[in-house]
Design a protein around this ligand. Structure first.
Ligand SMILES: O=C(O)C(=O)C[C@]1(C(=O)O)C=C[C@@H](O)C=C1
Length: 360
């Protein structure tokens, strides 16, 4: 490529950037008009609209002809909306910390970077912060494809008045990060209990003699390992980078397709978007065919169940409650009718929230 050609292309890029600059600011102005109208109607709580954001992203993905991928378009426009929203007031989002956890990554993926983030110690603390109004939204892990359900989150959902307002799925890549120069120097390996479990085979093969120490998060593991040259952490890229810990071996998780699902917690369910999910918890007294009978209305209305999980009931020994995820919104006519019929049969039916399906 000659210097002249390069200069000509760069001049074109500058022109496009100028147009983009004008357009994103024009868009921010329009979003501010919407916010002003909401404020005039006293609907300040409505500034963040997850259903509208899902619609914006889905429409753009459908229109996208490349060369950027749908994932790139989603990421870019999420950040644009995040910045537009922060012009009014940055959202306060609590998540399972400390900084550098996968939950933080999930929170940023869902809300964009223009938020006021509040890393907290423990799932319970995240629930409490949103319940008390200290944060408007919270993000907690709920399910890992290798390790199964995060039972603490399920149990807390049962007792909380919060609603699930969104879901985020994140591929989980675990790394061995350490200041040691060779594997035999490592005598201790820190991680969250889920991180250790997700890399069990790798550890048995490559570091069978090292002591495995479960700590409160993979970020905390990286912090501890950064202070001890005989230690390593199993942690994310973000956590290793945050504590300046070199990655000795990348991507050591046993399942190639290791991913975690996170829930976004808030106070009110978003309105239907046409592509939604509903989560609920149900129970019926223990008798033969009890669960099958309880679920019969779902089959009758042709509703799709994507998850069924049992947990011991807080009410009594050998009693169970069932966590269910369904396709559809609780306000969709068929789902509404089915839920009404299930309510008649159940000793407990609590809707945990209807929310747009994740847009990745
Ligand atoms: O459409 C709205 O209700 C807006 O407030 C605008 C907008 C946007 O930037 O597109 C901003 C924030 C909301 O979360 C959803 C959408």
């Amino acid at each position: 490529m000659t210097d002249e050609t390069l200069q000509a292309i760069r001049a074109r890029i500058d022109e496009i950037d100028d147009a983009l600059l004008r357009l994103v600011n024009e868009r921010a102005g329009a979003a501010a008009e919407v916010a002003a109208a909401k404020e005039a109607e006293g609907r300040q709580a409505d500034f963040y609209r997850p259903a509208r954001e899902a619609e914006v992203l889905r429409r753009l993905r459908d229109a996208n002809e490349g060369p950027l991928s749908d994932e790139d378009i989603t990421r870019l426009f999420r950040e644009v909306m995040s910045a537009c929203l922060a012009l009014q007031r940055p959202l306060r989002v609590a998540f399972l910390g400390p900084e550098g956890t996968f939950t933080q990554e999930a929170a940023l993926k869902h809300f964009g970077h223009a938020i006021h983030s509040q890393p907290l110690q423990g799932i319970d603390a995240v629930f409490r912060e949103v319940e008390s109004g200290g944060a408007e939204y919270g993000v907690v892990p709920v399910e890992n494809s290798t390790e199964g359900m995060v039972t603490h989150t399920l149990d807390r959902l049962l007792s909380s008045s919060l609603q699930i307002v969104g879901e985020v799925e994140l591929p989980i890549v675990q790394n061995l990060a350490t200041n040691a120069t060779a594997l035999p120097e490592i005598t201790r390996i820190y991680s969250h209990q889920q991180g250790l479990a997700q890399c069990r085979l790798w550890l048995e093969t490559h570091a069978p003699a090292a002591e495995r120490i479960a700590v409160s998060s993979t970020a905390e593991a990286a912090r501890l390992a950064s202070e001890d040259s005989q230690a390593a952490a199993i942690a994310s890229d973000a956590a290793a980078e945050r504590y300046g810990l070199p990655i000795h071996q990348a991507s050591i998780q046993d399942g190639a397709a290791n991913s975690t699902r996170f829930l976004v917690l808030g106070h009110e369910s978003p309105e239907p978007t046409g592509e939604d999910k509903t989560s609920l918890v149900i129970a019926r007294e223990n008798r033969p065919g009890g669960l099958a009978g309880l679920l019969a209305p779902l089959a009758r209305y042709g509703l799709n169940m994507t998850r069924l999980e049992s947990r011991p009931s807080p009410e009594g020994m050998w009693e169970y409650v069932f966590f269910i995820d369904l396709m559809g919104h609780a306000e969709d006519p068929d789902l509404k009718r089915a839920l009404g019929e299930m309510q008649q049969l159940a000793s407990l039916l609590k809707t945990l929230g209807s929310y747009p399906r994740s847009v990745d």
